[in-house]
Design a protein around this ligand. Structure first.
Ligand SMILES: [Zn+2]
Length: 322
């Protein structure tokens, strides 16, 4: 199936080019840190992260949101981790480990390495290395929607009456020729694809889709262990903590769903030995490190001209309103 013509006309996505892979060499005495972010992701557009199931809302069969055991909609940690990884790959020298399905489908011989030691794989893990960052599920919270607060004592604060149903665009399958013209130039991938913003109510498709309304916050935490300062800078940047771009989560991105902006609830950071020799201290003997996540994110930006140029491109796509 071809893209619907309206997508081509609006051109609601663009690419950030892949940068050549660069192996990170950390000295044995490079300090490492552990700690925790508590964040709230505030939806600026409807959010749909699908469960793969269907549900009936107001007599209509629609694609259902993924919810936790209490029935509250969540953005799964794995989903957010994917968002962070994609941005981190777009703004670092991680070249071929940024594999997208459409690249594999084309069977382009683009180097991939299961033992990759790039900045992203040493932080978020690879086939041969454990991730040093753990993402919890982010749970919809009703603190900013007073009309729901009456129900705050019940575990099922959210049910289908708290969500809305919009008609999302039909997910398309790529045919190879289509992929070739859209995603490749001179037999090389154009880069990593990101979507711009727009009015979710203006682009409506045919697929009834349950979603969480704009204005809802999702609360969760991210725990890290054994990250160097450079890793932390990249992590804070990729989480959008300098507020220079919103994140995009979940499905129907071509229909402008899933714009979320992070708010820092708390941040704690402790010294945990060195990159190669992690030392986990007991809570009472931990050495608190005074670092500010917003400044860490800002510090990442001026690494080198190539990275700066990719960051400019990323910000331009994610902030653009079409
Ligand atoms: Zn890598």
């Amino acid at each position: 199936m071809k893209y619907p013509a309206r997508n081509n006309l609006i051109c609601n996505y663009d690419f950030v080019p892949l940068l050549n892979k660069d192996i990170q060499k950390f000295n044995d005495d490079t300090f490492a840190y552990e700690g925790k972010f508590e964040l709230e992701l505030i939806a600026e557009a409807p959010v749909y992260v699908g469960s793969g199931k269907e549900t009936v809302v107001g007599g209509r069969l629609c694609r259902a949101l993924i919810r936790n055991a209490n029935g509250v909609p969540v953005i799964p940690g794995s989903s957010l981790k994917g968002v962070v990884r994609t941005i981190a790959q777009a703004v670092s020298n991680s070249g071929g480990c940024a594999e997208a399905p459409y690249i594999r489908k084309e069977e382009i011989k683009y180097p991939s390495n299961r033992n990759c030691k790039c900045l992203v794989c040493t932080m978020l893990g690879s086939l041969s290395a454990k991730s040093r960052v753990t993402f919890s599920d982010f749970t919809a919270s009703d603190s900013d929607t007073p009309n729901l607060s009456d129900a705050s004592n019940t575990p099922n604060k959210y049910d289908t009456s708290d969500t809305l149903v919009l008609n999302a665009l039909k997910p398309y399958s790529h045919d190879v020729l289509d992929v070739k013209t859209k995603y490749f130039i001179n037999n090389r991938p154009k880069g990593i694809k990101f979507y711009s913003q727009g009015d979710a109510n203006k682009i409506q498709g045919e697929v009834p889709t349950e979603c969480v309304a704009a204005g809802t916050g999702f609360v969760g935490e991210i725990i890290f262990q054994g990250l160097t300062e450079t890793h932390l800078e990249l992590l804070c940047f990729a989480l959008g903590l300098d507020d220079s771009f919103p994140l995009r989560v979940g499905g129907n991105k071509p229909g402008f769903f899933g714009v979320v902006r992070p708010k820092i609830i708390s941040f704690a950071c402790y010294l945990s030995g060195t990159y190669r020799n992690l030392k986990l201290e007991l809570p009472q003997s931990r050495q608190i490190i005074d670092m500010d996540p917003v400044n860490l994110a800002k510090a990442y930006v001026n690494k080198n001209p190539q990275i700066k140029s990719n960051i400019d491109k990323l910000r331009q796509i994610l902030n653009r309103k079409v």
